[in-house]
Write a protein that binds this ligand. Structure first.
Ligand code: AMP
Length: 113
């Protein structure tokens, strides 16, 4: 597994704005926010992209979604936010270490973009 900016953040080699951490994941502020609240939930275990996840990752994937809800609650946006996973270069993924975007802080439009 090649190193990414996120594996370096998890290893403590690069500083980040850490909002949440547990045994399996961290949540950090996105460096280039696309909404008033833009947080990334990142598993400590390095999976390059969602489509690389295996059946053995089922519990981790569930944990990530539950962590999204926990972090959204902590940030006071539990009433309305969007969760995005970009999968692969064609899906707009630029960092190849699985992560979930939480976008919120204003009313999200109905479109997916
Ligand atoms: P994606 O396009 O889904 O791979 O998203 C990668 C996200 O990581 C982008 O929204 C970037 O702004 C964000 N990002 C890149 N480097 C950092 C960093 N050092 N700290 C926080 N967020 C970052």
């Amino acid at each position: 597994m090649s190193e990414t900016i996120f594996s370096k953040i998890i290893a403590g080699e690069i500083p980040a704005d850490k909002l949440y951490e547990d045994e399996h994941c961290i949540a950090i502020n996105d460096i280039n926010p696309q909404a008033p609240v833009h947080v990334l939930v990142i598993p400590k275990q390095s999976i390059a992209k969602l489509s690389d996840a295996a059946a053995t990752d089922q519990a981790l994937l569930g944990h990530l979604l539950l962590s999204v809800a926990k972090v959204a609650e902590q940030l006071g946006i539990a009433d309305g936010y969007r969760v995005i996973i970009n999968n692969g270069a064609g899906g707009g993924q630029t960092v190849f270490h699985l992560h979930l975007h939480i976008l919120g802080g204003h009313t999200m439009s109905e479109g997916m973009a």
